[in-house]
Design a protein around this ligand. Sequence first.
Ligand code: XIL
Length: 449
Amino acid sequence: MHAALILGLAAVLASAGLVALSGSATAQTTLASAAAAKGKYFGVAANENYFNESAYTSTMTREFNSLTAENSMKWDTVQRNQGQFNWGPGDRIAQQARNMGVQYRGHTLVWHSQLPGWVNSGNARQAMTNHINAVLQHWPDAAYWDVVNEAFEENGSRRNSPFQQAMGDGFIAEAFRIARQADPDTKLCYNDYNLENPGPKQDAAYNLVRDLKAQGLIDCIGFQGHFNSGNPVPQNFHQTLQRFADLGVDVEITELDIAGSGSSQAQQYQGVTQACLAVTRCTGITVWGVTDKYSWRSQDTPLLFDGNYNKKAAYTAVLNALGGSSGGTSGGTTVGGGDNGGNGGTPGAGCTATYSETDRWGDRFNGRVVITAGSAPISNWSVTVTVHSPQRISATWNGSPTWDGSGNVMTMRPNGNGTLAAGASTSFGFTVMANGNWQAPTIGTCTAS
Ligand code: XIL
């Protein structure tokens, strides 16, 4: 449908009081969509043990577009006994991410903690080699892997571990080299805590990243971001992020949680969000859990949702810092700007689908499809989005996607936003990695029931 015709139709519907026109782009209403509109991801540590709790799963799928396994891809789950691999728990995280149409971060390959007792200085080199190869072969579609976790003491010296004992300081480069060879497509990260403030530990990590980068072995650094009153979010955090980004790697906040409550907690969350937004190579933020009640430090109430899955002040602060806003319905009837050939259905039919491109970066663009109910209310809708090879959809929000075998055709159905009054709208969004092709996706006819 021609853009002018859509605008005309929207105006008619609006004058009939059926659609709330929002003027320019409607504010995003979830962390995932607001972050995506800024070119970032907003992730969460997911724990498959809670997937049967519907509030857990619906909050996770609605708000986040990146998953990290809180525990189930760690060594003591994957290979508790030498040579016996237990993929099931981690597979549930990976599959959940695939079902959501979002990325997952692999966490973690080489770490002194949650490491079974059979790994010792006598066998650590062989064990590390086998473990990295097996895990990367099993989960090759992770967007990132934390190859080495927490290798430094606070004074910048190396932490003792079977790996350090067996191989000395070179174990880190060795781990990255094995990982690079096992999976050349996955971004490889070093991850640690207490790097957020200047000091010997930060410098040690900086030197490590610089040296690994010179060898082409590293792509990213993760700042865990576990904060509390004795260790608050530093004012100059964006400068630290920039310092590492200037080495030519992505920077990420990988395990964010901040002890506290109310406005002081909210302000700190806002500060971290702004710090990431200020740094182009800060690719995203992951909070370390969905709800305070299942947090590894739940007594600190450090997360964005309380124990009843209510949004906390911290949630609103993050959403607002990302340019989003709670409340109101998502959608509206925004057309224009980047509209490049959307496809509407027949007016008066069950629903119409209207595409517009909302953002573009050097390697990717975001699209939004507005679903508008026809002259009767609907309780369900579905529409296909076909991308043109070698494009790939890397993230979606406000919808529940399924994919055809080729991976090019996504069928989007509602994710809690299926019920629409006559003439009312909702929208879903997605990120397309262009891979050199900037053609707009083809939007199928909207079907409603
Ligand atoms: C924590 C998990 O949240 C807990 O459930 C588990 O008992 C211990 O590990 N740094 C990391 C994470 O890299 O893997 C840790 O996760 C928290 C500290």
